[in-house]
Design a protein. Structure first.
Length: 209
């Protein structure tokens, strides 16, 4: 499938409201460009965000997200319709980012002001300017702590707290048992708390969903 067909929707005619991912996959297999465009629109943001958090570079993240989408669509006929699309796509992103890190062995963190938009944004009080500044500063500090972690701990926090995946979905992305997901996540959160007392990623300690 051509890149323009995968990454843009400008040339797709308006149509009815589309439904679940499985329906879209079936339609895309049959050559429905609107369905393919909707799949891209739903999931390219998550693909880019994960790649960005794992690589620290907008340029590399765009390349990895693009390649992951192309690979996903190239294997669409073999995709298991009983699986959710996003964890499967993010697994491709994770593998591509890991391979790129291994080749480059360089962590390219972009300037803080350019990446602040990619930190969690769930607690801002827009009616209180002083609280807003304090919250944003805290998120930036948490972001730096998270990105100073080893990749196996950084990625687990990104998937759980930034992408909001369940433990089972993270296990698919990382190709590890759920128990490993839980232990790595616990260890990652402990390291964040130790590095930045009073702050932690925006996720949840309890529950196993």
């Amino acid at each position: 499938m051509a890149t323009t067909a995968v990454m843009t929707r400008a040339d797709v005619a308006p149509g009815p409201v589309l439904t679940g991912d499985a329906d879209l996959v079936v339609r895309a297999r049959g050559g429905d460009r609107e369905a393919a465009g909707e799949l891209v629109a739903r999931h390219r943001g998550a693909a880019y965000k994960l790649a960005f958090h794992l690589l620290g570079s907008r340029e590399d993240a765009l390349d990895v997200a693009q390649e992951a989408l192309l690979r996903f669509f190239s294997t669409l006929n073999r995709f298991d319709l009983s699986r959710p699309v996003r964890p499967w796509l993010l697994r491709i992103v994770h593998n591509l980012a890991r391979d790129l890190r291994r080749r480059d062995r360089v962590w390219r963190m972009e300037p803080l002001e350019q990446v602040a938009a990619y930190t969690p944004d769930q607690t801002e009080n827009k009616n209180d300017p002083s609280a807003l500044v304090e919250t944003r500063d805290l998120r930036r500090r948490v972001w730096h702590v998270v990105h100073a972690l080893e990749p196996i701990y950084r990625e687990i926090l990104v998937l759980r707290d930034y992408e909001d995946l369940s433990y089972a979905e993270i296990a698919v992305v990382l190709h590890v048992p759920i128990g490993t997901v839980m232990s790595r996540l616990h260890r990652a959160r402990v390291m964040v708390r130790e590095a930045l007392p009073g702050a932690a990623p925006a996720g949840r300690e309890g529950g196993c969903r």
